[in-house]
Design a protein around this ligand. Structure first.
Ligand code: CTP
Length: 415
């Protein structure tokens, strides 16, 4: 594989030397593209000797070969390690003021960035926004580790070990980067486009509080990864998922769209659904949201008791999708998290929900008392739109995901 190793100017640039060795030992051709500041930490001769290729940060060298365009176009994988706050900002805004940023604009292969910086810089809203922008565009941004930084201070911002960066980067390349129809591995969902929602929505009460739920999003993420492995182009609409869950999905070649509220989730799912063969609503969506959300934190007035919270109903995203059918022939799959109560068993509630929602398939699972939410395993009964049992599955969330895709592929027209 032809790998470009971007190095920006932080103390962790010395670890890029070890990463370069690892990638070379794994049999890859690696060209190092440092920034000018990176060359103040590690000299060009070190990178040249270990890569066997010329090293420059300049766009005005070797102009006859147009390197600022040609390098990116010819790469199978771009890894930037360390990626400083400044490099993330320049990449997110599309700057092209040196060889590395120009290359990032022309590369169409998977791009993996391993940030390293002080905790304050990593946590700054500007950096968070730049990371979110890059991830939305399909860049894999690896979470920095927590630990000892340059000085005596510790916290998140440390560059992961070179072995870990190499593993994440090669995994991203193996999954062929951002998901587009037809580019997935061969499988029974090849050429299909899939949207999966996962996680739990959060409805703000004020700028610091929200109404949320216990969904971890792992079943939805497993569905997205399984669909990708079976050849589909997959978008995961991720409602408040852990960074690690999102990172694993991205590494598997899934496009992850982070959302917070039901309104954001609805917009993202519907945007993807207009192109999708299958939409799976695995997210736990809040049925209600606070009617008014003040700009300032609600203060407790001693002796006055709690201020009443007025809720309004959210749209039912699944029922709308089932009704609207944003693409002809589209299959709509819902989930039903049930506990069972005096009005009926888990399955009876599931049957009623299948009829009420109008989805083609409904995966019913029992939640509560250590089952479903956050647990590593799951058990579902898949019903059709009339409430008849199609299949039952139990096991790891990935096994359950595959059983659901088996049911989908049997139902999907043209498969
Ligand atoms: N769902 C949705 N929009 C909502 C509520 C739920 O799209 N506002 C979807 C979920 O993603 C899931 C299915 O509907 O696929 C069932 O969700 P669940 O919470 O079990 O059902 P509810 O409709 O909320 O019904 P109830 O609370 O009465 O069980």
């Amino acid at each position: 594989m032809r790998i470009l190793l971007g190095v920006s100017g932080g103390i962790a640039a010395y670890k890029a030397v070890l990463l370069l060795r690892l990638l070379r030992e794994d049999g890859h051709a690696v060209r190092v593209i440092p920034t000018a500041s990176a060359l103040r930490f590690v000299g060009a001769p070190t990178f040249e000797a270990l890569s066997g290729e010329p090293v420059t940060d300049e766009v005005f060298e070797d102009v006859a070969h147009v390197p600022h365009v040609a390098l990116g176009q010819g790469a199978d994988l771009v890894v930037v390690a360390p990626a400083t706050a400044d490099l993330l900002a320049r990449a997110a805004t599309g700057r092209a003021d040196d060889l590395l940023t120009s290359t990032l604009l022309t590369a169409r292969c998977p791009v993996v960035m391993a940030p390293a910086m002080h905790t304050e810089m990593w946590e700054h809203p500007a950096t968070r926004a730049n990371v979110a922008t890059l991830r939305e565009r399909g860049v894999t941004v690896i979470e920095p580790e927590s630990g000892r930084l340059t000085g005596a201070d510790t916290g998140p911002g440390r560059l992961p070990e070179p072995e870990e960066i190499a593993r994440a980067a090669l995994a991203a390349a193996a999954s062929a980067g951002p998901s587009t129809p037809g580019d997935g591995p061969p499988g029974d969902l090849s050429g299909r486009t899939v949207v999966v929602s996962a996680g739990g929505t959060r409805e703000p009460i004020d700028p610091v509080r929200f109404i949320g739920n216990r969904s971890s999003g792992r079943q939805g993420a497993a569905l997205a990864e399984a669909a990708r492995a079976r050849g589909a182009a997959v978008t995961l609409v991720a409602a408040n998922l852990d960074d690690a869950v999102c990172g694993a999905a991205r590494a598997a070649g899934v496009v992850v769209v982070p959302v917070e509220t039901t309104a954001e989730l609805r917009d993202a799912v519907r945007a993807g659904a207009s192109e999708a063969d299958v939409v799976v609503m695995a997210a736990a969506v809040a049925d209600f949201r606070p009617a008014d959300v003040p700009d300032a934190k609600i203060k407790k007035v001693p002796g006055e008791g709690p201020a009443p919270l007025t809720l309004v109903e959210n749209p039912d995203v699944l029922a709308e999708l089932a009704h609207d059918r944003l693409r002809p022939g589209q299959l709509v799959v819902g989930f039903a998290a049930e506990t069972g109560d005096a009005d009926g068993s888990v399955l009876e509630h599931g049957r009623r929900k299948a009829l009420r929602k109008g989805a083609d398939l409904l995966a019913v699972n029992a939640v509560g008392a250590g089952r479903g939410f956050g647990a590593p395993t799951n058990a579902v009964t898949v019903l059709d739109g009339r409430g008849e049992v199609v299949t039952e599955a139990a096991g790891s969330k990935r096994e359950v995901a595959d059983a659901i895709w088996d049911a989908v592929t049997k139902t999907l027209p043209g498969i």
